[in-house]
Design a protein around this ligand. Structure first.
Ligand code: ADP
Ligand code: MG
Length: 278
């Protein structure tokens, strides 16, 4: 018995299973007291180690994926956003769209939960063992422009193509720098039918020519991004502004639909209430 225990301990040390090693004594006592049988003991020992390692893996992957602040579907108040079909979002949470390398678009005015839902789905994908990366379109293009300048574009494109889910947040808030649309197209083309994307935008597809400053690039982008696509349109009020309803003019509170073009020459990023949210 002691010899067996010694061997188990040595194996756990050799396998670097520190958490299981720690739990061994307690599990052994439970066996002796007749609380659990042999199979349950193996189960408990492995579960201790596995839970710890999974927790660590998820924390690391969430950081690497830049899914912060983390969001969950449980913390999303569907009653606040009645235009959104809860069942449809819960079906997306099964993540089949990732296995099918589809593109999921969240469209809607600021504050309607686009980034929240994208981040929550990203978190679920990480838990399911998928590789995820999230950035804004501006960050993505900046990284590609920099890489091109330093003759590392192919490497950078590979980096953004490696993930099974790429979340590109905030298409349409900032104008794209010249050449940026072209670089984004190279990435979208590299991922086309290979890896899934989630795209969030406050502007309709008809405005992409404007956003990218080039109708040809915009058409080529949309051709790929709408081929195997799921479009979720949110029409509702901003969750950010919900507490200040009386202070806010009606046309902002009601979040005019995104289809009409924005006021002419409104190019800057709108003032944000919570800088941490994107
Ligand atoms: P968007 O990306 O559409 O501009 P966000 O997803 O960033 O909006 O939402 C803004 C803030 O409001 C975030 O803190 C988000 O978690 C929260 N939020 C938005 N919609 C909801 C909702 N329906 N229930 C709970 N929190 C929400
Ligand atoms: Mg957002």
């Amino acid at each position: 018995m002691t010899a067996t225990l010694d061997r188990i301990q040595a194996s756990l040390v050799g396998l670097k299973m520190a958490r299981a090693l720690e739990a061994l004594g307690h599990i052994q006592r439970r066996i002796e007291q007749g609380e659990i049988g042999a199979l349950e003991a193996i189960d408990a020992l492995l579960a201790e180690e596995f839970t710890l390692r999974e927790g660590r893996r998820i924390t690391m992957a969430m950081k690497t994926a830049r899914l912060n602040p983390p969001k969950t579907l449980e913390s999303f108040d569907f009653t606040f956003q009645p235009s959104l079909d809860r069942e449809r979002i819960l079906a997306l949470a099964q993540l089949d769209f990732i296995n099918r390398a589809e593109v999921l678009h969240f469209l809607g005015p600021p504050g309607t939960g686009k980034s929240h839902l994208a981040t929550a789905l990203g978190g679920l994908a990480i838990k399911a063992g998928k590789r995820v990366y999230r950035c804004t379109l501006a960050e993505l293009i900046e990284a590609l422009v920099k890489a091109e300048r330093e003759s590392r574009l192919a490497d950078k494109l590979r980096f953004f193509t490696r993930t099974s889910l790429l979340i590109v947040d905030e298409i349409g808030y900032l104008p794209v720098t010249p050449g940026g649309g072209n670089l984004f197209f190279q990435l979208v083309n590299a991922r086309y039918e290979k890896g899934a994307m989630i795209i969030t935008s406050n502007r309709g597809f008809a405005e992409w020519g404007d956003i990218f400053g080039d109708p040809v690039v915009a058409t080529a982008l949309l051709d790929r991004l709408l081929h195997h696509a799921i479009v979720v349109q949110i029409e509702g009020a901003s969750y950010r502004l919900r507490a200040h309803g009386d202070l806010i003019p009606e046309h902002i509170r009601a979040n005019a639909p995104i289809n009409p073009p924005p006021p002419p020459k409104r190019r800057g990023r709108p003032a944000k209430k919570e800088p941490a949210d994107q």
